[in-house]
Design a protein around this ligand. Structure first.
Ligand SMILES: NC(=O)c1ccc[n+]([C@@H]2O[C@H](COP(=O)([O-])OP(=O)(O)OC[C@H]3O[C@@H](n4cnc5c(N)ncnc54)[C@H](OP(=O)(O)O)[C@@H]3O)[C@@H](O)[C@H]2O)c1
Length: 327
């Protein structure tokens, strides 16, 4: 079973390996109901009790597929959804009524009584910092529509704003072997202010698992096809902002440091779990076997300090200059 950690101000005991459910909406290529249910069932079996989704993943399909599982099983995972990227809201349609309507629609799709954790979904920095939307979320908490408010951010600047805000319980951010700045800039503050860190893109969209070849063809419906250069949304969300060919080159270097007792995917996730400030790593999956492999990372030993130093040096000297998108 996967070990648990406390998720910041929510106090939730969450599995340190969580489940990213963007894939259940079809943005990593087509996926049918049956495979989604197998993935959710495997996550449940492995003790993965923290599932991340959003209203816009598959236009609500990801949330519906989660409800299909939770309404037919006794175990109740903590489901974190998001609001803020639906066409009627993003980038300038935020009103208290429109946000509330979107939250109510998520609750209907998830078939729950309350939303456990709602993350503002990469909303424009100026909207986040203006503060009105956070006051509305506070009201929604008081009214019993949601339990806690978090943010999912694109930039470290937004994370540094959020970590000081008393109402924000969690921060979801891109953090992986190709994005390491958080260690010094964000994590000490998150620990000090009891803000839960939810890590997305732990495998940089899968490339850090070390099994992709340069001639890999991604389905046209897969963002790793259509968003390689940021045509649809922030380039940082696809391969962590690295050009695919560059990411493969860096993965080859990392492979030479892989401990014998773990896979590349496990090494990448273990490196993240070695950070005390991290509450959960929401790795996305397209197959149940990946759930099993990812869950087993929780019982592996920490990487040695010397390897952490090697990866830090490699990031700052070689990788960071090639990362696109605002950090
Ligand atoms: N703005 C936001 O708030 C935002 C943005 C992005 C993601 N997210 C959330 O974060 C979650 C994680 O991010 P992500 O899915 O984009 O990136 P990720 O977790 O780094 O990569 C996911 C991909 O890695 C591959 N993979 C997973 N486990 C593997 C294993 N054991 N061996 C080999 N390959 C493996 C799969 O690729 P294949 O599909 O090729 O099998 C999977 O689709 C998402 O599901 C979503 O919930 C949030």
């Amino acid at each position: 079973m996967v070990s648990t950690r406390i998720l910041g101000k929510t106090g939730f005991q969450v599995s340190e390996i969580g489940l990213g459910c963007w894939q259940l909406g079809g943005d990593f290529g087509p996926i049918d109901d049956a495979r989604c249910q197998l993935i959710l069932s495997e996550a449940d079996t492995q003790g993965i009790n923290f599932w991340d989704t959003a209203d816009v993943y598959g236009a609500g399909k990801s949330e519906e597929r989660i409800a299909q599982f939770t309404t037919s099983h006794s175990s109740k995972p903590i489901v974190a959804t998001k609001v803020g990227r639906a066409a009627e809201l993003y980038p300038s349609g935020y009103t208290k009524t429109s946000v509330r309507t979107n939250l109510e629609n998520s609750l209907t799709r998830l078939q729950g009584e309350v939303l456990d954790l709602v993350q503002l979904h990469c909303i424009p920095s100026e909207v986040l910092k203006a503060g009105d939307i956070l006051n509305w979320m506070d009201d929604f908490e008081q009214q019993g529509l949601i339990r806690y408010t978090g943010v999912s951010v694109e930039t470290l600047d937004e994370a540094l704003f959020a970590v000081e805000h008393p109402k924000i319980a969690t921060i979801q951010t891109i953090f992986n072997l190709f994005r390491q700045d958080h260690i010094e800039q964000l994590f000490p503050k998150a620990l000090g202010n009891n803000v839960g860190i939810i890590v997305r893109l732990p495998l940089a969209s899968g490339v850090l698992a070390g099994t992709m070849r340069p001639d890999k063809v991604f389905d046209p419906s897969d963002h790793r096809n259509y968003n390689q250069n940021g045509a649809a949304f922030s380039v940082g969300e696809t391969f962590s902002g690295l050009p695919f060919s560059k990411a493969l080159e860096f993965v080859d270097t990392l492979k030479s440091h892989k401990p014998a007792n773990m896979s590349m995917a496990q090494m990448a996730m273990r490196w993240i779990l070695d950070q005390k400030a991290v509450s959960t790593v929401i790795t996305g999956v397209s197959r149940p076997e990946q759930v099993r492999e990812n869950a087993s990372t929780s019982s592996l030993s920490s990487l040695p300090p010397s390897l952490h130093q090697t990866f830090k040096d490699f990031y700052f000297s070689s990788v960071k200059p090639h990362v696109r998108g605002v950090m």
